[in-house]
Design a protein. Structure first.
Length: 328
């Protein structure tokens, strides 16, 4: 990591460790509490003495037990590791403060093991090089690799702070379309804590002692053996929609981690059978995003069309059900 010459931006944070983080390493607890920063960056700040716990420096591996007062006063650095790459972006909106992107399925948001480049972050650094000074190149929330749709990016540090605060206050409106297995009679809510799966550490699960998670859904269309849901997030836990819908026994079509074996309706057209069996990703699309502009205070809402692959699958379901095309 290298600092920008001159007046590198600084970042300040303070928090009191919550009871849900009791027993975690300090770096783990802070990475969960500050998802806008990578765990690696948090570790660098702890090691460099820029994090104080109850007024004292601590080590990354030191445990927290809840109630500790944590303060961060750090200099943001430009990452030499993440290279700008000319990856096409679908820009829905851009001004001097924010970017709104329609992310395609298959595009990873952040570099990580197995995906060191070719990510949305690399694309953003090419589109707007000044984002190199911001945490995660201004990305304040994420979508899974194979979830398509809307995502907002901050272009300044002040805007970044404002958007992170809106996410914490749950005033960012995020609405999804989800094609699920089974037929739900009516809408509802799933309120169940989410944490790491106790034995499969790459998965999330509903677990006692997990972080509070709340998902609301409503039924938009009924199909043979399936239905299309409108889903709204009250919280933003990793894999939240996928975990919650699987928890209530209505997993997403195509979900390779939390889904079940594909279940084409009995006697359906061969084209629909093949489409369900071959759908290559979880059938989840972030269709609508609403927030308050951090600088102007204006309420803003964006909506994008359904991703083409999911729209094509839904059209096959509608034909099977004897329904006409629907732009939902």
């Amino acid at each position: 990591m290298s600092l920008i010459a001159g007046d590198a931006p600084r970042v300040y944070r303070s928090l009191r460790v919550d009871a849900q983080s009791a027993g975690l390493r300090l770096d783990q607890a802070l990475a969960q509490s500050w998802p806008e920063f990578s765990r690696g960056r948090v570790q660098q700040w702890i090691t460099g003495g820029q994090v104080r716990v109850d007024g004292l420096p601590r080590r990354c591996r030191d445990r927290v037990w809840g109630g500790e007062a944590v303060e961060l006063d750090a200099v943001l650095a430009v990452s030499d590791r993440d290279a700008p790459q000319a990856i096409p972006l679908v820009l829905v909106y851009e001004d001097d403060e924010i970017l709104v992107i329609d992310k395609p399925a298959g595009l990873v948001v952040h570099p990580a093991a197995g995906n060191p480049d070719g990510t949305l972050l690399n694309a953003l650094l090419h589109h707007a090089p000044m984002l190199a000074t911001l945490p995660r190149a201004g990305i304040v929330h994420r979508l899974d690799k194979d979830t398509s749709g809307l995502l907002v990016v901050a272009k300044t540090l002040e805007t970044h702070h404002g958007l992170v605060d809106q996410l914490k206050q749950r005033t960012v409106h995020r609405e999804y379309r989800a094609l699920v297995v089974g037929d739900l009679v009516a809408g509802g809510m799933v309120e169940a804590p989410i944490g790491r799966h106790p034995t499969q550490r790459t998965r999330m699960a509903v677990v006692a002692g997990g972080r509070t998670a709340l998902t609301r859904y409503r039924v938009l269309e009924h199909f043979p053996g399936h239905c299309l849901l409108g889903v709204e997030l009250e919280t933003g836990r990793t894999h939240q929609i996928r975990v919650h819908l699987a928890h209530v026994h209505h997993p997403l079509v195509g979900d390779p981690v939390y889904g079940a074996r594909p279940r084409p309706p009995k006697g359906c057209a061969p084209a629909l059978t093949a489409a369900i069996q071959e759908f290559p990703r979880q059938a989840l699309h972030a269709i609508r995003l609403g927030l308050t502009h951090p600088r102007t205070g204006q309420a803003m809402v964006w909506e994008v069309p359904m991703a083409a692959d999911l729209a094509a699958l839904l059209e096959l379901f509608r034909r099977e059900a004897g329904l006409g095309s629907d732009s939902t």
